[in-house]
Design a binder for this molecule. Structure first.
Ligand code: 4NP
Length: 157
């Protein structure tokens, strides 16, 4: 029996650290579970400052240590994303509020959820922005995103 494809968009500020990593980790997890055909994934940022760039080299380097490649090229969120995706996962509260502001109705707003909504230790907490910090911040963010990716995949499958 064919199942409806679930379209998921991951959103952060610059689309070069948190959301492309979330997209890549989600992709890796559904590949491992043989569920690739059930999902369409993408990520974007709210500020557009890094449009056209690969993910931050520190994010890519840290992900590669864990065997995760991040091929995504940064892009800014657009209005059509709100209709084109079923679930929009935001990396922190300020991003969540920005995305909610461009929604036109309750049906669209219901698609928007914090990525850490079901986090076992800190439900609803922000995924910290590693941009200004050191290497340990990138590993911390990797672990947070990995944990929550597994939670989402378990819930959605
Ligand atoms: P991201 O991190 O939102 O996780 O991609 C950031 C990347 C770049 C900037 C801010 C946050 N920036 O200000 O350029």
């Amino acid at each position: 029996m064919s199942q409806k494809v679930q379209r998921i968009l991951f959103v952060c500020l610059g689309n070069i650290c948190r959301s492309p990593l979330a997209e890549a980790l989600f992709q890796s997890e559904i590949e491992a579970r043989n569920l690739v055909n059930q999902f369409k994934l993408d990520s974007c940022g709210t500020n557009g400052v890094h449009d056209g760039e690969r993910a931050d080299v520190r994010t890519r380097r840290n992900a590669m240590i864990h065997g995760i490649n991040i091929p995504h090229v940064s892009r800014r969120i657009k209005l059509a994303d709100i209709t084109d995706f079923d679930l929009i996962l935001t990396m922190d509260d300020s991003i969540n509020q920005k995305v909610l502001k461009i929604c036109m109705n309750d049906e669209q707003r219901a698609k928007v959820k914090l990525f850490r909504t079901f986090d076992e230790k800190n439900p609803g907490a922000d995924v910290p922005d590693p941009w200004f910090g050191g290497d340990e911040g990138f590993e911390n963010v990797f672990q947070i995103i990995k944990e929550n990716t597994d939670i989402w995949v378990n819930r959605l499958c």
